[in-house]
Design a protein. Sequence first.
Length: 239
Amino acid sequence: MNKTLWAIPLAATLALTACSGGNDDPSPTPTVTATESNSAATPTPGNSPSSQSEASIDVDSGGDPSADAQDASGEASLGTAVATVSIRLPDEWQYEGTYGDGALPYAVLVDAGQPFDLSEPGSDAYNNSVWVQVETYRVGDESPYGAKVPEDADGLANLIADATGGDGEAFTGGDIPLVHVRYTNDEGAATDELLARHGDIWILARPTNVDVEDYLDDAREGDTSDGILHAVLESSQIK
């Protein structure tokens, strides 16, 4: 079964918000707004507005990829649909901004330690980039999976697996309920969705070219890690 999610409105306003640059400059963070116009104005059923093929992301490593991405301490506040997620980014990972489609805003993180280009979905440069898309869902709200978001991890794993035709599992990382679902997306690519519940908020991380199995092995054993998935899902905080 194909994943049924909200489609991106083709008349979309994309808000790119970034934290201050990785230096000692305490000046306010700039905000860049880009507008993309097309004919449709309302969401319609279809693919995820945040799927890799549909996401309106224009991020590449040209120029200075770390400029204005985060503050000097590596802290970043990710604005998403229902919550702001505060995380400490590991290594050379950068927060590249929050993108809104009028229905399901999501954040984009990239590994700036290597070339990346998310400006042309489907291109080799896009497919070879190392990045994580971050979304949030609130327990009890309508989900993009055809039912309300459950509090129970097993219930959420089953809901997403049924909607995507994939395989889901639930387990606990420390004291945090975790869900992993793997499925094949509409473009034929293997896709992993990882979710962690903090209070009544589920944080979703959808990674590309990230070692998911290594993270899962550590999470199942309760080991802490300094990797990007641990930072987003387990050590993050809801603001």
